[in-house]
Design a binder for this molecule. Structure first.
Ligand code: ADP
Ligand code: MG
Length: 320
């Protein structure tokens, strides 16, 4: 290595150069880490290069970053950087093991009106709070796929905490996703913004609606799942590489074939489950109360809890 030119940027990687570096950058592979974490298949598609070349580039990036096997102490060190964002409800935080985690994808699925978007708004406010108050001193990137982003409602939640609503809204970067391709481009390009704007929370509300609308027929199911797969992989990669919390929501579809229990199942099925670190199922209960239940999590105990959606935001049942 000593006789070779020092590799300082993506363009310096063997086989890259300015042109491919530009393509990679446009596809969201903005730095060495993003390339090192990619698979040859995705990188070859992003930069329009052969898979063997992509594999070489990935290996070179890994070498520069000295990535390979690591000691468990290194893993522990990285896990010590995990931050948690309060949902506003102690009950819900406890169920989540303290709140919504960075380096993880947390999915909430449930029927219309079950509180998925309200939790998103509350998290967008709370992430901005100091760590001791359940925040991460960071900002929020909000991808709105259902046209349900409501700054006035967020401001109402901020006011309830006596925060400057304008300042809170200034720290939320948002984009409307018009279709599944647009949504994918927005996430693939999110890395740069995440770094520049101190983003600690990435919300996609909802993650599946565009995919469901764009791939309607039964024959298109495989294509849809493949794209959704890539999208979720991008989200997971962002959460890992940039130490951000990813919060995604998901609608449910009716399952007329289930007679007992709850006849609903999340769209995208096991594909999403594979990428979400934590999945919660939300349902309506009496008045403003909602019930959240953990659905298969590697680290959280099974269980359910009750929270409320109040004018002030997400709260516990015993709070005013
Ligand atoms: P979804 O799961 O479909 O995203 P939402 O998170 O949008 O559902 O929840 C909608 C529900 O939140 C409404 O039915 C209402 O009960 C509650 N809600 C929304 N805005 C307010 C508000 N300003 N004050 C009190 N409750 C609200
Ligand atoms: Mg919603």
């Amino acid at each position: 290595m000593s006789s070779m030119k020092k590799i300082e940027s993506v363009a310096d990687l063997p086989g890259v150069g300015e042109k491919i570096a530009e393509k990679l950058k446009n596809a969201g592979y903005i730095d060495m880490m993003a390339i090192a974490a990619a698979s040859p298949l995705e990188l070859s598609a992003a930069a329009e290069i052969g898979e063997p070349t992509a594999a070489k580039i990935i290996n070179a990036a890994r070498e520069v970053l000295d990535i390979g096997y690591e000691k468990a102490t290194e893993v522990l060190k990285r896990r010590e950087l995990i931050g948690k964002i309060s949902t506003g409800s102690k009950n819900l935080n406890n169920l989540l093991g303290g709140g919504i985690e960075t380096q993880s994808v947390t999915e909430m699925f449930g029927q219309f009106g079950s509180g998925k978007t309200q939790i998103a708004f509350q998290l967008a406010v709370n992430v901005q709070r100091p760590v001791e108050d359940g925040g991460l001193n960071g900002n929020c990137l909000f991808l709105d796929a259902e046209n349900t982003f409501r700054p006035d409602r967020i401001k109402q939640m901020a006011d309830a905490l006596e925060f400057d609503g304008t300042e809170v809204l200034n720290n939320i970067y948002t984009a409307r996703c018009y279709n599944s391709d647009h949504q994918m481009i927005l996430t693939e390009k999110a890395g740069e913004l995440i770094k520049e704007k101190n983003i600690k929370l990435l919300i996609v509300d909802s993650v599946t609606s565009n995919f469901r609308a764009d791939f309607i027929g039964r024959g298109e199911l495989a294509a849809r799942q493949q794209k959704l797969n890539r999208h979720l992989h991008t989200l997971q990669r962002l959460s890992d590489v940039y130490n951000v919390a990813v919060y995604i929501t998901n609608q449910v579809m009716s399952r007329p074939d289930i007679l007992f229990g709850d006849p609903t199942t999340p769209i995208g099925g096991h594909i999403i489950g594979h990428f979400s670190t934590h999945r919660l199922y939300l349902r309506k209960s009496k008045a403003d109360t909602r019930i959240a239940r953990i659905v298969d999590s590697p680290s959280l105990a099974e269980g359910e809890t009750v929270f409320r959606v109040t004018p002030e935001g997400i709260r516990d049942p015993e709070e005013k």
